[in-house]
Design a binder for this molecule. Structure first.
Ligand code: RP5
Length: 163
């Protein structure tokens, strides 16, 4: 089956964080592809990739970048598909540079911006699953199962003094 979600990285160095988006999509059985396409270093390639994304069957784009993180916004400028942005941690600002770059989009060109780093990577995948679940009962069932197991894991925690 062809990929329904694309994970685009601004750099290979983002993979350490974004592997958590990929492994979370695997939990839901969601086919996805991963590409490194920098908005700043390879804009023509990004235009080509996002410009054909919808016709190739992709439904959701997850875009991760750090620093002056133009990537998710550039994706959203090119494709009408939902774009979920994941800001990467940076030593200079802790990731606030990327968070603001992604969240402060002009009206009409949205990027659904997640948390900085690993929680954002995981949540981008969960949110992509929620979007796909609207039209896919198998993903909807996997999402329900994921949420049920997550709840059980915290409800059944022992008293921390006894752990
Ligand atoms: C951004 O700059 C990338 O998304 C990455 O988070 C950051 C640093 O990239 P590298 O210099 O490690 O390639 O464009």
């Amino acid at each position: 089956m062809s990929a329904r979600v694309a994970i685009i990285l601004g750099s290979q160095s983002d993979w350490d964080t974004m592997q958590h988006a990929s492994s979370t999509l695997d939990v839901f059985g969601i086919e996805h592809e991963v590409r490194v396409i920098s908005a700043h270093r390879a804009p023509a390639k990004l235009h080509e990739y996002c410009g054909s994304a919808r016709e190739r069957g992709l439904k959701v784009i997850i875009a991760a970048a750090g620093l002056a993180a133009a990537l998710p916004g550039a994706c959203a400028a090119i494709t009408p598909l939902p774009v979920l942005g994941v800001p990467m941690y940076s030593k200079a600002t802790g990731g606030m540079d990327a968070l603001l770059s992604m969240s402060q989009m002009p009206g009409g060109v949205p990027v659904g911006t997640l948390a900085i780093g690993k929680p954002g990577a995981v949540n981008a995948a969960v949110l992509a699953a929620s979007i796909l679940a609207l039209g896919d009962e198998t993903v909807a069932a996997a999402l329900d199962d994921f949420r049920r197991r997550q709840t059980e894991a915290v409800v059944n925690l022992p008293d921390p003094r006894e752990a």
